[in-house]
Write a protein of this length. Structure first.
Length: 431
């Protein structure tokens, strides 16, 4: 079996390698191909990955490549964890928002749109290569904005099995399990628990939790509210959670507390991208140390906790036809029958050899759906803008986004966005 990782020079890669090493008994990987356009990063990260595998007896081969088609060819699974424009592109996304008094963030608002515009064509080219060189392979997309990228794949590469993946859901699941274990004094197997989540990527609400099929959500919510009441600066007002009876995805802070987030931006530098740049410098220095054989503790500072678990469990569930339920980004296809079938949603789905099947789900209440519909309109317009280099679609996407600029501000923001990333947006700059 061959697994291809596009963006193999990422500092996340050693965590992914650890996941494959831990699951070798059930997931018989033979070749792990790491592809990156940056040969220096690939050499350092790939060299570390090879040492990690070697010290475990070389159960599979690690192959390094700067050739995307060579990497994809014959793969059973392709994982995308790339960043078009690298970390400097993220920094520019953040300050693009700040310049215009808007939210500057890599997945949300104008920063997320800028990232999507330059990322979608690249991911669609990977899907095209898979169609030709790895027919039947699964594409697991970790690249942000994950849901929006998966929406593009759903429309423009519908014949490629693609699923968008995020670590937020498993983070929440782990938190809830920890709280339940503390309350009961019993150890709980994560595989016996299921989290009920619905929405869009980075715009979802957690609304249910079962252990061995038993609904424990009332206890979870009650304990969560009690914890909020003890905190000096709680993430959410207790009354908000009491009213919702759900736990909002962290990224909803940008919508529910926009002023607070804008105030935090005024304290930059450093922005989050600038913090990560420093973290990555240190990580790359450690990875280059030939005596390092395990991921360093500093990797947790990078973010992306539980990444290897999410990735390897998803691929294992598909390969071994386990029928496990995972929270993923996938085409609705009637899962929420009241919502459009072509919307890509973040929701529980059954994973097996037949593919990824959304589980039937009740729609969210109107207070959530209104925001989802507005952001989905922005996503659909952004996909068209990215694929066709359509400036009018980009204009309308900014007009639709609840965190976007006012109408009279849009021309300046859009021009700034396109100019800032001009080298990565050739479709918008046709001679």
């Amino acid at each position: 079996m061959k697994v291809a990782v596009i963006g193999g020079g990422s500092t996340y890669t050693p965590d992914l390698v650890n996941g494959f090493l831990s699951g070798m008994e059930k997931f018989p990987l033979k070749e792990l191909w790491l592809m990156d356009i940056d040969p220096d990063r690939l050499e350092i990260v790939g060299g570390f990955a090879k040492r990690m595998v070697n010290v475990r007896g070389d159960p599979f081969e690690v192959v390094l490549s700067t050739d995307q088609q060579e990497c994809v060819s014959g793969a059973s699974y392709v994982a995308t964890q790339l960043r078009v424009g690298q970390m400097e592109g993220r920094r520019r996304d953040e300050y693009l928002g700040k310049r215009h008094g808007l939210i500057g963030q890599e997945t949300t608002g104008v920063g997320g749109m800028a990232m999507a515009l330059r990322t979608i064509p690249v991911i669609l080219k990977i899907a095209e290569d898979m169609r030709e060189l790895a027919p039947g392979a699964m594409l697991a997309n970790f690249t942000n904005p994950s849901g929006l990228v998966t929406q593009a794949l759903s429309k423009y590469a519908p014949d490629v099995l693609a699923v968008g993946v995020c670590n937020v859901a498993i983070g929440v699941k782990t938190m809830i399990l920890s709280q339940l274990e503390q309350a009961t004094g019993k150890s709980l197997d994560p595989k016996r628990a299921e989290l009920n989540t619905l929405g869009l990527n980075h715009l979802s609400w957690h609304r249910g939790f079962t252990v061995d099929g038993e609904d424990v959500w009332p206890q979870v919510i009650e304990r969560y509210i009690s914890t909020l009441r003890t905190q000096e600066e709680p993430e959410w007002e207790p009354h908000t959670i009491e009213s919702l009876k759900m736990i909002p995805n962290y990224y909803l802070q940008y919508f529910y507390h926009t002023d607070r987030k804008l105030a935090e931006q005024e304290k930059w530098p450093p922005s989050r991208a600038e913090e990560v740049m420093e973290i990555e410098k240190n990580l790359m220095r450690e990875y280059a140390n030939s005596s390092l054989l395990e991921p360093p503790a500093g990797l947790m500072m990078r973010g992306g906790a539980h990444y290897s678990i999410v990735a390897t469990q998803l691929l294992n569930a598909h390969y071994n036809d386990l029928g496990e339920v995972h929270v993923v980004n996938i085409r609705n296809n009637g899962g929420v029958k009241e919502w459009p079938a072509d919307w890509v949603l973040e929701m529980p789905a059954k994973i097996g050899r037949k593919g990824v099947e959304p589980l039937p789900a009740e729609p969210l209440p109107p207070m959530c759906f209104g925001l989802i519909a507005q952001v989905k309109a922005y996503e659909l317009l952004t996909v068209e803008a990215a694929v066709h280099g359509d400036r009018e679609a980009a204009y309308q996407a900014l007009l639709a986004h609840p965190l976007g600029p006012k109408a009279d501000q849009i021309p300046a923001v859009l021009e700034d966005m396109l100019e800032t990333h001009r080298n990565y947006l050739p479709r918008f700059w046709k001679e």
